[in-house]
Write a protein that binds this ligand. Structure first.
Ligand code: ZN
Length: 133
C-alpha cells in the first residue's frame, strides 16, 4: 500500500510539541525519546510514559518505535494524562481503561494520521476537553 509506505517514511517532529498549550490550562512541556527500557507503574515494559506536574505534562517515548507507534503512543499518553490530571475529566473518558485509551489512540491515528500539535488538540476536543475554562 503506497499510503502506508509513505506514512512510514514520515517522522513525528517531537520538538514541535514543546510548550504546547492544551485544554483547561494544561501544557505539554515536551516529548522526549528515552534509550533505556521503561517500565510502567506495575513493572511491565512500556513504550511511553507521562509525568503530570502542576498542569504540565511531559512524555517519554521508548526509542526504536516506528512513526506509527510513536503517534499512537503520543495520542494515548496525552489523553490519559489529561484525564488523570484535570479535576473533572469529561464524561466521555472518565471511565476509560488502559485498553480504551489504546483504542482511542489507534482510532485517532487512523483518522488524523501522525500526531502533530494541531491533531493532538483536535483529538482532545473530540473527547470532551474544552479549550476555555
Ligand atoms: Zn496508558
Amino acid at each position: 500500500m503506497e499510503l502506508a509506505a509513505r506514512g512510514q517514511n514520515q517522522a513525528v517532529d517531537l520538538s514541535s510539541f514543546r510548550d504546547l498549550p492544551l485544554p483547561q490550562g494544561f501544557r505539554l512541556l515536551r516529548i522526549e525519546l528515552v534509550a533505556d527500557p521503561m517500565l510502567d507503574a506495575i513493572g511491565r515494559p512500556a513504550l511511553a510514559k507521562a509525568t503530570i506536574e502542576n498542569r504540565t505534562i511531559a512524555i517519554q517515548l521508548a526509542a526504536g518505535q516506528t512513526s506509527e507507534e510513536m503517534a499512537v503512543s503520543i495520542y494515548h499518553e496525552v489523553l490519559e494524562a489529561m484525564t488523570i490530571g484535570v479535576p473533572f475529566p469529561p464524561a466521555a473518558v472518565r471511565d476509560f481503561t488502559e485498553a480504551a485509551f489504546e483504542q482511542a489512540a489507534k482510532r485517532a491515528h487512523r483518522q488524523h494520521g501522525l500526531a502533530s500539535k494541531a491533531n493532538v488538540v483536535i483529538y482532545l476536543h473530540e473527547h470532551g476537553f474544552e479549550t476555555s475554562s
